[in-house]
Design a protein around this ligand. Structure first.
Ligand SMILES: [Zn+2]
Ligand SMILES: [Zn+2]
Length: 247
């Protein structure tokens, strides 16, 4: 189903393959996609993602795939190698790896990761976010640098759609980028955020309380949580009034 059709029926812009945090694999690694006919945009590709793409037949008949990786923790990129190989050999297409134009060190780290997975350069192509085109549901896609693990570069994603902006932050420890998104968008289609039940100094994740404090009521109605660590975390989130993505 197209995103816009899905929205008309009360659905959400993105389709999720998982909503778990790194140590919660039963919920699947957090990842989402938009598919329009034979074209796919995938946001993150953690350890459980390739299996779910196959079992849900998301890859069937694909002629074009764009993959954006938020950061190189393995719950966000652990099955990227298998997916790129599958694209090349089974689908006979080269995956498009979307890399931020102004972050050469990050781009190099993703290319190195693919090399370590044993993937020759010739099996995929790199592109910048402005080359993610041809989707009726997306007029623009961009990486927004955030803070998560101090040892890694990490990004949130922003998408512009006919229904307004979409903000997606699978791993972050702060709300600065979310606040900037809220301030720069009169129309918001959806906000997808990670959150954890823990709030301790030095936490590399965002606490539920901190996220709630950053959201005005109108934005709360558009906000869905993902990357959740446990059933207890999900219950606490719902008690606060958060919605949780369906998988
Ligand atoms: Zn993660
Ligand atoms: Zn992470």
């Amino acid at each position: 189903m197209l995103w816009t059709e899905n929205r008309k029926m009360g659905g959400e812009p993105l389709t999720f393959l998982g909503r778990g945090a790194a140590f919660n694999p039963t919920e699947g690694n957090t990842a989402a996609y938009i598919r329009e006919e034979d074209r796919l945009l995938l946001l993150d590709c953690g350890e459980t993602v390739f299996e779910r793409l196959i079992s849900r037949e998301v890859l069937t008949g694909l002629k074009e795939i764009h993959i954006a990786i938020s950061h190189t923790h393995s719950d966000h990129c652990g099955s990227l190698g298998s997916l790129v190989f599958y694209c090349f050999f089974a689908l006979e297409i080269k995956a498009h790896i979307v890399l931020p134009a102004d972050e050469p060190d990050y781009a190099d780290s993703v290319r190195l990761l693919l090399k370590q997975f044993g993937i020759p350069d010739a099996y995929y192509v790199c592109e910048v976010p402005s080359e993610v085109t041809g989707f009726r549901a997306i007029s623009s896609f961009r990486f927004v640098k955030t803070v998560h693990d101090p040892h890694l570069t990490c990004f949130s994603f922003e998408l512009e759609t006919p229904e307004g902006g979409v903000f997606y932050s699978a791993d972050t420890c702060r709300t600065d980028e979310l606040t900037a998104f809220l301030e720069s968008h009169d129309q918001i289609a959806a906000i997808y955020m990670e959150a954890t039940e823990f709030s301790a100094p030095g936490n590399i994740h965002l606490s539920l309380d901190c996220l709630r404090a950053a959201l005005p009521e109108a934005a709360m109605e558009k906000t869905h949580l993902m990357h959740l660590s446990s059933k207890g975390c999900m219950e606490k989130a719902m008690n606060i009034g958060f919605m949780i993505v369906d998988v």
